[in-house]
Design a protein around this ligand. Structure first.
Ligand code: SF4
Ligand code: SF4
Length: 160
């Protein structure tokens, strides 16, 4: 299954230290700088998201969020207001390898990097600890299969 971003915004919530606004050029374009690589990009606010620019309420929740992150008050989704011109580092990012969904279709966890579980769901965390984290398997593909079998065996749906 192809990667599908659900616009939770978590991946951009700590990027304010990385992506800096170097200059507002005044013509709708903005120079942004990657503080760590020194790369400078010219970006533009997406026309259909221009009204969100002035709404900085998301920084109350995430003070270190990327300066281009906003929450859409209409649908509650978090979005990048420079989505169409965002830098490559953002285009290439995939936050999870395996997505864990419960029987009602609610996302309850993500497997990130090799075998790290990100979840706020206590039941999944407990199951993972007792039935998945203990899987001893060096081969990543086989580990994935065993982890998926354990999770689907108790009703979770795993997407990748
Ligand atoms: S890439 Fe992942 S963490 Fe980032 S907004 Fe999409 S689903 Fe959320
Ligand atoms: S530029 Fe957009 S996609 Fe990249 S970190 Fe900022 S809000 Fe996220």
């Amino acid at each position: 299954m192809p990667f599908a971003c659900i616009q939770c915004g978590e991946c951009c919530s700590q990027m304010g230290d990385v992506h800096l606004v170097r200059e507002d050029c005044g013509d709708g374009s903005i120079l942004m700088e990657n503080r760590y690589t020194g790369e400078v990009h010219t970006v533009r606010v997406d026309p259909d998201r221009a009204l969100l620019l002035a709404d900085r309420s998301i920084f109350e929740r995430w003070p270190l969020a990327c300066p281009f992150l906003r929450e859409d008050p209409v649908d509650g989704k978090v979005c990048c207001i420079i989505h169409h011109t965002r830098p490559d580092i953002c285009r290439e990012y995939r936050c999870w390898r395996l997505l864990i969904v419960d029987a009602r279709g609610t996302r309850v966890g993500r497997v990130m990097e090799r075998r790290h579980l990100a979840t706020d769901d206590p039941a999944l965390a407990a199951f993972w600890e007792t039935h998945v984290a203990c899987i001893r398997e060096d081969d990543d593909a086989r580990w994935d299969e065993r982890a998926i079998a354990a999770l689907t065996g108790v009703g979770y749906i795993v997407r990748r």
